[in-house]
Write a protein that binds this ligand. Structure first.
Ligand code: BGC
Ligand code: NOJ
Length: 812
């Protein structure tokens, strides 16, 4: 069952009912100012950091679901309604929400009045703009009142949700004309404030929540709105808000339009005030003036769309499969950009006060957007590397505002160092810019111990190479990619954090998965060494990689007979082996070892993937492990804490499904690679939205596995490495357009019935127009013709002197 439909021409998902199974959200903003917005106008806004600079308040896990947002109320006689249905939940005659690329549109119709809202964050300003157009579609004159409402957050969202003994006394505001200013803590150490304004004279306002809502009322029935008259309240402590009232007369057929702007302003410390305790409003007024007419707003909206036209023109596919076209050309890339901006910090499931930027997450996210904004990818790599320790380990997370490593979680995740190689290699393969390797980059943000990025990579690889266990496999530390496989933790008390309890290192527990990464990214690091002329280092690295390859295939170490072992626990016992009672097979080492090429020649690769199909497959995707753990295993940690079928305990963890799909392309099985791709693909699961429940235009982190009561139900939408890895999978492995250090390689691996297709790819400033004749083949390039000349192999040598290159591929 569907709750909407795709409008590919406008790059929108059109939601036809406000009663979606979960709030279906969108992200506005692409640089520093961000808004989350749901299909019923819920959500919140922050500047740079969802924890430290939160502008508006949101209440997670509240009832009814999705509490707080930016609301417009329309009072028409005795009826009060919202264009987005919530919070009054007054039944609408018509409703539509269109989530687009960086904007959302709402249409609500009630009793002959139509309200259209367009909300977006302009490309270059720290504000959110909402254009509200009200139209009288009835045959009688209408006298309506429009009310706006936002609730301010007192900046630090964590403190805001806990420290009430202080917070109820700190709130301060100012009002000037139609502009309402939120200035809590501005008198002391802050030099920023927020403003909410409308480009028309207002009839009244409120800035005190109690006055607006009324005691014991809520946003669904605000007393001042029901009374038709805001009270001009001035907040003093308690909860400051911003609400405007506009009284509007509409003749039959008449429309009126209003622009609301919610902005963030920072003043230089010496320019904070215009008079004693009166904030300097000049920059705010300048900002508001940029959006005070429809024409200016329309121009800013066009600029946003142009920006996305350019970005989404960098990789496009034209195939006979609409779902693939739609995901590749629009939604998958869009989600990659959102995960780049948010990492795992702020979604409807990540509260914005917990995790900042993850080291491994951000490095992997980079794989999905580096072609879109290489300059920002470059900056991101340097930021991430700056949180690395001198010995090659890394902080597991850092705060986006301070860019400093987060000492609450610290270090010790065995896979982290290798992801830095993955991100850097992807950046250089995309851009050809090897100068990044010469950049001086601090360790632990200490510039006095800076070294080149190349040296950071050497230490990354070196750390894993020199921290091996009894089987010469890499030590796992706190955990590897699977945060929940906590082999050194041994937690027995409720509340102990699996992530940080116990030692950060242990001499015995090893990870086969990191072994697979070691091969994959060891090889990529060796290629970078060659690029820099470091032949001795390259040879040394390749020797270590070759040794690891053997260890992984050895039945006394990485190989279990039918598949790869997952790990060895701190007692030296196997995890993910036929010898185990539960958790006999895990997906991660099968996917990652094979995508790294391990076991391709020996046939073990194929065996491992056949085992995945036999033991882990479901109609909704491939599960992370089987059989699920039914009891808590102290020696394994959080993985066994979840009920069977959820999250890391035998859920379908979408992130690693593309690893399996990529692995299938490595051994040339296009049918199976695509089957795995389809199972978690939003454009396919749209049809079962009532089961899947999360947004049908983007990936979620986890789908409940076969053991779960709600098998097929998705959770934790938006912020997942699935976006990046799936884009890598479909664009670079299935469609097969892969950037190498020397140029683009074209080597598709598609299902037998996929048909011919073409890809347009802008790469290092050159446009490649690639057409593929499939001939029913799943893999194999029989002919590669570049600008009319046949060439050997699959790599098109990069030639900067060309503007466009015509590439014809014949498979077979
Ligand atoms: C989740 C993991 C997540 C981790 C982050 C765990 O509870 O299951 O998916 O990576 O928390 O700390
Ligand atoms: C989500 C985390 O963000 C990611 O870092 C981790 O790899 C997966 N969960 C698996 O545990």
């Amino acid at each position: 069952m569907k709750f909407g439909h795709f409008d590919d021409e406008h790059r929108e998902y059109v939601i036809e009912t406000p009663k979606t199974p979960l709030p279906w959200i969108n992200y506005l903003g692409s640089k520093e100012f961000f808004t989350l917005i749901s299909n019923t106008c819920g959500g919140y806004t922050f500047y740079k950091d969802a924890k430290l600079l939160r502008l508006t308040r949101y209440r997670y896990n509240d009832v009814p679901m999705d509490i707080n947002g930016k609301y417009f109320y329309i009072k028409d006689g005795d009826t009060v309604w919202n264009p987005g249905w919530k919070p009054t939940q007054t039944d609408l005659d018509e409703y539509e929400c269109r989530h687009g690329i960086g904007y959302s549109k709402f249409k609500g119709v009630k009793n002959g009045v139509r309200a259209d809202v367009l909300t977006f964050v302009p490309v270059n300003d720290n504000c959110e703009v909402s254009k509200l157009v009200v139209t009288n579609d009835s045959s009688v004159e209408k006298n309506i009142s429009i009310f706006s409402y936002v609730e301010w957050c007192l900046w630090n969202a964590d403190d805001d949700s806990r420290n009430f003994q202080r917070n109820f006394s700190t709130g301060e505001v100012e009002v000037k004309g139609s502009a309402i200013y939120h200035k809590t803590e501005y008198r002391e150490r802050r030099n920023h404030y927020a403003v909410y304004s409308v480009n028309a004279p207002i009839a009244a306002f409120d800035t005190a929540r109690d006055s607006f809502l009324g005691l014991y009322h809520y946003a669904g029935n605000p007393e001042a709105v029901l009374n038709g008259k805001l009270t001009n309240s001035m907040a003093s402590g308690w909860s400051p808000i911003a609400a405007h009232q506009l009284d509007v007369t509409l003749k039959p057929g008449e429309s009126k339009s209003y622009v609301f702007v919610l902005g963030y302003i920072e003043n230089p410390v010496e320019d904070k005030w215009e008079a004693h305790n009166v904030i300097n409003k000049k920059p705010a007024e300048a900002l508001l003036a940029k959006y005070d007419t429809d024409a200016k707003v329309d121009a800013a909206f066009a600029e946003l769309n142009d920006q996305w036209d350019k970005l989404l023109n960098i990789y496009t596919v034209d195939s006979s499969n609409d779902k693939v076209n739609r995901m590749v050309n629009i939604w998958n890339q869009y989600q990659c950009m959102v995960t780049f901006n948010m990492s795992r910090s702020a979604s409807y499931y990540e509260s914005g006060i917990g995790r900042g930027m993850g080291f491994r997450d951000s490095c992997q996210d980079l794989l999905g957007f580096v072609h879109l904004i290489p300059d920002r990818a470059r900056e991101r790599i340097i930021d991430i590397a700056s949180t690395q320790f001198e010995d090659g380990r890394a902080y597991h997370q850092y705060q986006p505002l301070t860019k400093k490593g987060n000492s609450d979680i610290g270090s010790g995740f065995g896979d982290d160092p290798l992801w830095l190689i993955a991100g850097t290699s992807a950046y250089i393969r995309e851009t050809g810019d090897a100068t990044i390797l010469d950049e001086m980059v601090p360790f632990d943000n200490d510039a006095s111990v800076a070294q080149t990025l190349m040296e950071h990579l050497r230490r990354s690889f070196g750390y894993v190479d020199t921290h091996r266990g009894p089987h010469r496999l890499p030590l796992i530390g706190r955990a590897d990619w699977n945060d929940c496989l906590n082999l050194n933790c041994h937690s027995t008390q409720p509340g102990e954090s699996f992530q940080t309890f116990g030692p950060s290192e242990g001499p015995v527990a090893e990870s086969v998965f990191i072994g697979g990464m070691f091969v994959k990214y060891g090889n990529e690091y060796a290629d970078l060494c060659d690029l820099k002329g470091l032949t001795d280092e390259a040879a040394k690295v390749r020797a270590s990689v070759a040794e690891m390859n053997e260890i992984l295939l050895d039945s006394n170490a990485g190989w279990d007979g039918e598949w790869f072992v997952r790990a060895y626990d701190s007692y030296g016992n196997k995890v993910g082996s036929k010898e185990c009672e539960e958790g006999k097979i895990y997906i991660e080492p099968q996917g990652f070892c094979v995508l790294a090429g391990v076991g391709k020649e020996s046939g073990q690769a194929q065996k491992a993937l056949d085992s995945v199909k036999q033991h882990l497959d479901t109609k909704y995707g491939v599960m992370i492990l089987q059989p699920a753990y039914t009891v808590y295993h102290e020696e394994l940690g959080e993985v066994s804490s979840y009920p069977p079928g959820y999250k890391e305990n035998a859920g379908i963890f979408c992130h690693n499904n593309p690893w399996v799909s990529i692995a299938e392309t490595v051994i040339g099985r296009g049918d199976r690679a695509f089957e795995v791709y389809k199972k978690t693909c939003p454009a396919y699961t749209e049809e079962i939205s009532e089961i899947h429940r999360t947004e049908p235009y983007i990936y979620c982190q986890m789908v409940a596995g076969a053991d779960a009561k709600f098998h097929g139900e998705g959770k934790n939408s938006w912020l997942t490495g699935t976006a990046a890895w799936t884009f890598v999978n479909i664009s670079q492995y299935i469609l097969g357009v892969y950037p190498t250090l020397k140029g683009l390689s074209v080597d598709p691996c598609v299902p037998a019935d996929f048909g011919d297709f073409s890809v347009k790819r802008i790469y290092r400033g050159v446009e490649y127009d690639i057409t593929v004749k499939q001939n029913g083949a799943q893999k194999g390039v029989k002919e590669l013709i570049v600008d009319g000349a046949k060439i050997d192999g699959t790599v098109i040598p990069y030639d900067a002197s060309k503007k466009t290159v015509k590439v014809e591929v014949v498979m077979g």
